[in-house]
Design a protein around this ligand. Structure first.
Ligand SMILES: Cc1ncc(COP(=O)(O)O)c(C=O)c1O
Length: 403
């Protein structure tokens, strides 16, 4: 008799559970639902015309149709070295690794850095995709609190002291953080705190993974320095992606990391996919080299900046006072905290019944907390739908809170 499939799955595969969130999101698929749940860029912000112009030349280059090196196409790595220099990050081409999305970088970093039971320091909440990627290695988490200016440095210091006091520092592998326009919390670490964080990580000898998919999407306020640009000890692994400044479907992203780490990363990536799609890497290189990117980022900022403004104005008008949120200066999300007694999983069906949806915030807590929180995306819905959706959500929250 044939063995049941679950007897064949590995222990880590058997730990993968059907996500409650995915099940909830199925409810939002009806066309009449205005969804703030996804994390998708808006197709209006895709540089379709530039891609049309670049693609014929790339097709004419057979290298773009061939396997490439695991490290990435030299033209793209070279263009990224120049781009990183404009952000005050000096590195060599050897430090730049192309990945199939930053999601792959998180997965491979987990594979090469983590043993089961190792400790990851991260913010509370943190990026769900990172929890999923690192989850295969069965790590433990030490969680750092955030406020409207992101990481609370005193809490980071207290966590580090505690880790050292209990001798867990040998198991501490890295601090994973999205310093700019955090997903899901929307907040950004100001320069002073960035410097303090770097100092603490130097003192306590902690590797940092700086995940920066949204840094270019600033709609107001002043740019903050990358942690990588403040890194004097080569302890920051920097990740960024073309998903938000070109298109996510190309699956191209990059990592800037110490040479020894890149070498190990390449060995692991060979086992995963041999190389990132060469065709889209060549398009990415041309997009940078022809100078399209900065022009196009301005267009994206115009579209998303307007959408963010509409969402924030609508929230000010329609949301109950008890709903707290920090206004972001960029990125794709607004993070909302409701009174403690409200559970956003429990109220979800009532909200979807009004044809509007969010992502439940507890998905972003490795410790299962944050039951009173939700994440709202403002980049994907149309301008009209943002206002209408926030009005519906505000009305149903009023009703729930009045009960
Ligand atoms: C914080 C963060 N890191 C990584 C990723 C993955 O991006 P990519 O499309 O490059 O895989 C995302 C995607 O939304 C993200 O929000």
């Amino acid at each position: 008799m044939k063995k049941p499939m679950e007897n064949l799955f590995s222990d880590s595969a058997n730990k993968l559970k059907v996500s409650v969130i995915r099940e909830l999101l199925k409810l939002t698929l009806k066309p009449e639902v205005i969804s703030f749940a996804g994390g998708l860029p808006n197709p209006d912000a895709f540089p379709v015309q530039q891609i049309h112009e670049i693609t014929p030349g790339v097709i004419g280059n057979t290298n773009a149709l061939q396997y490439g090196t695991t490290e990435g196409v030299p033209e793209l790595r070279g263009a990224l070295k120049k781009r990183m220099a404009t952000k005050n990050v000096k590195c060599e081409v050897e430090n730049i690794q192309i990945t199939s999305g930053s999601q792959q970088a998180l997965d491979i970093l987990g594979r090469i850095l983590l043993n089961p039971n190792d400790l990851i320091l991260t913010t509370c909440p943190t990026y769900l995709g990172a929890i999923q990627a690192f989850g295969f290695q069965d790590p433990r988490y030490e969680l750092v609190d955030m406020d409207e200016h992101s990481v609370i440095v005193e809490d980071l210091e207290a966590r580090l002291e505690d880790i050292y006091k209990r001798g867990d520092n040998k198991r501490l592998k890295f601090f994973y953080v999205t310093p700019t326009f955090h997903n899901p919390a929307g907040v950004t670490i100001p320069e002073k705190r960035r410097k303090e964080i770097m100092e603490l990580c130097n003192t306590y000898d902690v590797l940092i993974i700086e995940d920066d998919p949204y840094g270019e999407l600033r709609y107001r306020g002043k740019d903050q320095p990358l942690l990588k640009s403040l890194d004097t000890e080569d302890r920051v692994i920097y990740l960024s992606t073309f998903s938000k400044i070109l298109v996510p479907g190309f699956r191209i992203a990059w990592m800037v990391a110490p040479t020894e780490l890149v070498k190990k990363f390449v060995m692991a990536k060979q086992a995963v996919d041999l190389c990132t799609t060469t065709f889209t890497q060549y398009i990415g290189a041309e997009y940078l080299n022809k100078g399209h990117v900065d022009q196009h980022i301005e267009k994206i900022k115009e579209i998303y900046g307007r959408k963010m403004q509409i969402m924030l104005q609508s929230m000010a008008e329609y949301f109950p006072e008890e709903a707290e949120y920090a206004e972001p200066d960029g990125g794709m999300f607004v993070w909302v905290r409701l009174p403690e007694h409200i559970n956003t999983i429990e109220i979800f069906p009532q909200v979807v019944e009004k044809n509007v949806a969010y992502v439940v915030g507890s998905a972003f807590y490795p410790n299962g907390k944050g039951l009173n929180t939700m994440r709202l995306n403002f980049t994907h819905p149309s301008d009209e739908k943002i206002e209408e959706g926030i009005k519906r959500l505000g009305n149903v929250l009023h009703q729930i809170l009045e009960k």
